[in-house]
Design a protein around this ligand. Structure first.
Ligand code: PLP
Length: 386
């Protein structure tokens, strides 16, 4: 990050990795269409297939089951479809089951009509209510079609990791298809595509460029009808000339993320320092999802009497970039639907600190110093008002 600012907002977008930048520049210079049969075209094709291998390796999948898209949102919109193909045979998904704490790209239901989307609640710790999911799936009308279940693997606001095996068991028992949004989990915890039928990935959360992502199938036997049709790119599953720099940058980031996985324990140590600082400076603070299994890089907390939006501005002025809730919708800060789903309906918003590969101890110190100032000013304001 430029200058002396502390960038602690990796869950919004991780800073571009040098390896991703290098790969993107090479791809820009290649300047050819990967469908062309001449030498330049074949070079472009090689870059795409190299990236496909790297992305597959990150999730233990096969390169031929990776479909590149313009990001996770497009991948979700493609997969969340009632219309599928098993070979040439049409398969119908009659209902979509999502989690109430999902990212909006799942919660909005993709190509399903609203009345065909059911949101399953979460428990107080942010994990999916497995009993409710099982009950909903048991009541699913198989005559009308198969159940499609789409759920985040790790939450973008709290970092809470879902009980994937229990979810997969419930989906399997109902003969359904499971899509896991692994956007925030990728590069932070080991992933195995075999844990679900599909994983969704996003490049800019792992140090690649934004506007690039993929879905990865575990078997490739069943595929959704394409969202974007036209030319035969991506085996007809995503038409349009490939975004060569975006894909090459994503591939390089995937490789770096896989290599850096063992270093994630360092992040857990930094996260614990952040949490210790929060609880020391504001003993009444609440750290959401703390009782659950969480990503090593995310802290989501609220301090009673402190508006998250105000605090975020305070941090920004102090040179520390954090997020108030999720910042996926261009700066729009509203009540967190994730916290509401967890039973914290009356929240004044919460602050999310998310760290990554380049986070230093000095940045954590900067966070702590900024928080101390914010807490002190808030206490002064309350004293004056009393
Ligand atoms: N899913 C999760 C959990 C996310 O955090 C995000 C982005 O914030 C997305 C999906 C959307 O990803 P993209 O920006 O690649 O469309």
């Amino acid at each position: 990050m430029p200058g002396s600012r502390a960038y602690l907002d990796y869950n919004s977008s991780a800073p571009l990795l040098p390896a991703a930048r290098t790969a993107m520049l090479a791809a820009l210079d290649a300047g050819a269409n990967a469908s062309s049969v001449h030498d330049e075209g074949r070079t472009a094709r090689r870059m795409i297939e190299d990236a496909r291998r790297e992305v597959a390796a990150l999730v233990g999948g096969s390169p031929e089951h990776v479909v590149f898209t313009s990001g996770a949102t497009e991948a979700a919109s493609t997969l969340l479809s009632p219309d599928w193909l098993y070979g040439r045979a049409a398969v119908r998904m009659s209902r979509l089951y999502v989690s109430a704490a999902d990212h909006p790209c799942l919660l909005n239901g993709g190509r399903f009509p609203r009345d065909r989307v059911k949101a399953i609640g979460v428990r107080g710790d942010g994990t999916a209510d497995i009993a409710a999911l099982g009950e909903a799936l048991q009541g699913h009308d198989r005559e009308a079609g198969l159940p499609l279940v789409a759920i985040h693997l790790a939450n973008n606001e709290t970092g809470v990791i879902q009980p994937v095996r229990e979810i997969a068991d419930a989906v399997k028992a109902a003969g359904g298809v499971l899509v896991l949004d692994a956007v925030q989990a990728a590069g932070r915890i080991p992933l195995d595509v075999a844990a679900a039928d599909f994983l969704i990935l996003s490049s800019h959360k792992i140090g690649g460029p934004a506007g690039s992502g993929a879905f990865v199938a575990a078997s490739g036997l069943m595929m959704p009808k394409p969202l974007v049709s036209g030319g035969g790119q991506e085996k007809g599953l995503r038409a349009g000339t490939e975004n060569l720099p975006g894909i090459a940058g994503f591939g390089a980031a995937a490789r770096a993320a896989a290599e850096a996985l063992p270093a994630m324990t360092r992040l857990a140590g930094l996260r614990d320092r952040i949490e210790d600082a929060v609880l020391r400076l504001a003993p009444g603070a609440r750290i959401f999802g703390r009782g659950a299994d969480r990503l090593p890089n995310t802290v989501f907390f609220a301090i009673p009497g402190l508006k998250a939006e105000t605090a975020q501005i305070g941090f920004d002025l102090a040179g520390v970039a954090v997020s108030a809730g999720s910042a996926c919708s261009s700066g729009k800060i509203g009540p967190s639907h994730v916290l509401e789903a967890m039973g914290y309906g009356d929240n004044e918003g919460a602050l999310r600190v998310s760290i990554g590969h380049a986070t230093s101890l000095a940045e954590i110190d900067a966070f702590e110093a900024a928080l101390a100032g914010i807490v002190a000013r808030s206490a002064q304001a309350r004293t004056k008002a009393a």
